[in-house]
Design a protein around this ligand. Structure first.
Ligand SMILES: [Zn+2]
Length: 293
């Protein structure tokens, strides 16, 4: 079974603002509105027999939008999908927001995933996708509930309870569910994702994992032609427009932000030899100082 997955950018929902617009609200509440994070993802599970759509909307009390949050939310979605099927391959589309999806942290997470994953990016701004439609459904339902005085929703837990009761779907080919993430639940002490900066990430639009340990493959555009689907990327039918994949090695840093021991550049034994390009200037000035110029 193949897994096709679409994830969307974070959406912050100001719950209190929605309520004061219509109902009995004290003025100070407008200025102390609480924010909660919504992270929708729409997944298509494809097999030879069936195509199933699963929407998972994460409601989070944690409003820090970084790759640790994305990793945590993705794991919740994956746990849910695993109930339905065995994952053979994943294809993921999202926008290219760097801090959440398209920088060294997210790439380190991608390289560590066990399932072969084909990661694709839309433009670098927040784009529109099916996920926005799901958030629209949620917003309209909340508006109706608040206008009709059917619900008081000023906390993430209240929102989660309301959505679970009123908006969840569990049909054979369509499912919508909600997950609650409480403050402090997201683990941000994950040194395995602390890697050296990767340059030009804005030019990556398709990224693959499962190359070698701590390596990813990147190219300038996404393609799903017959040859690319057969993983014969060098025979891509759109090679006129799309560059070949290049491999990027992910270099781990330690807690202080320095290269880990195994990644350190070997020591220079002879000043006249073994000069790495970026060390050239420094070594040359040292030779001058020693009178060897
Ligand atoms: Zn192709």
């Amino acid at each position: 079974m193949k897994i096709f997955q679409v994830i969307a950018p974070f959406r912050s929902l100001i719950l209190q603002k929605t309520e004061i617009k219509y109902q009995d609200e004290i003025k100070s509440a407008f200025y102390t509105a609480h924010q909660r994070t919504l992270h929708p993802s729409v997944t298509y599970l494809k097999s030879e027999e069936i195509l199933k759509r699963v929407t998972t909307i994460i409601i989070s009390e944690d409003n820090t939008h970084d790759h640790h949050a994305v990793h945590h939310f993705s794991n919740l979605v994956n746990d849910e999908i695993k109930h339905d099927s065995f994952m053979k391959r994943r294809v993921i589309f999202s926008d290219g927001c760097s801090s959440q999806y398209k920088s060294r942290g997210p790439f380190a997470d991608l390289a560590q995933k066990e399932t072969p994953t084909n990661r694709n990016y839309f433009g670098s701004e927040h784009g529109k996708s099916e996920c926005d439609g799901e958030i629209g459904i949620l917003n309209r339902a909340l508006d109706r509930a608040i206008i009709g005085k059917q619900a008081i929703i000023n906390k993430a837990t209240y929102l989660y309870n309301y959505c679970q009761i009123n908006l969840e779907i569990n049909d054979p080919v369509s499912k919508r569910l909600f997950k609650l993430v409480k403050l402090g639940e997201i683990n941000r002490k994950r040194n395995g994702t602390n890697i050296q900066n990767i340059t030009n990430t804005g030019k990556f639009y398709q990224v693959l994992n499962k190359v070698k340990k701590n390596e990813i493959k990147v190219r300038n555009l996404s393609c799903f032609c017959k040859q690319c689907e057969a993983e014969l990327y060098e025979k891509c039918l759109n090679s006129k427009y799309i560059e070949c994949f290049t491999t990027k090695k992910l270099i781990l840093l330690n807690k202080t932000g320095e290269l880990q021991k195994s990644e350190n550049v070997p020591k220079i034994k002879n000043l006249s030899q073994n000069i790495a390009v970026n060390q050239h200037v420094q070594v040359k000035s040292l030779m001058k100082y020693q009178g060897k110029n």
